[in-house]
Design a protein around this ligand. Structure first.
Ligand code: SF4
Ligand SMILES: [Zn+2]
Length: 113
């Protein structure tokens, strides 16, 4: 999605092996790092539905802009990925891992249904 967005919006600024502009490359590195460190591990929900929201406010906004633009276009260019993403967004949001709940002072996120 970041690649699609960048190729459309920043066609003259693409650099490096991923062919992204500096800002989009930074966003992608940031998102991958968040994904690697996600407290939910394999049970990770869609970030948009997450109860933790580990992204900084500015990165979250950048991702929101990218997703809003690229999401509907995914169906045409990458239909299988788009369907998988839509299914992932419908998965129930898991509870925070116990260790993380205790660290947060015992507050628990709403139960998923
Ligand atoms: S926003 Fe939530 S689901 Fe997404 S990477 Fe961060 S902790 Fe994981
Ligand atoms: Zn870009």
């Amino acid at each position: 999605m970041v690649g699609m967005y960048c190729r459309h919006h920043h066609p003259d600024q693409q650099l490096g092996s991923e062919q992204l502009c500096a800002q989009c490359a930074e966003l992608l590195v940031y998102a991958r790092r968040r994904l690697e460190r996600c407290v939910f591990g394999d049970a990770k929900p869609a970030c948009a539905k997450c109860v933790v929201h580990c992204y900084s406010a500015s990165m979250r906004e950048q991702v929101r802009v990218v997703m809003r633009w690229a999401g509907p276009r995914m169906l045409a260019s990458h239909p299988i990925l788009a369907v998988r993403h839509l299914l992932a967004e419908r998965r129930p949001v898991p509870r925070l891992p116990e260790k993380r709940r205790r660290k947060a002072g015992g507050s628990t996120p709403p139960e998923s249904s």
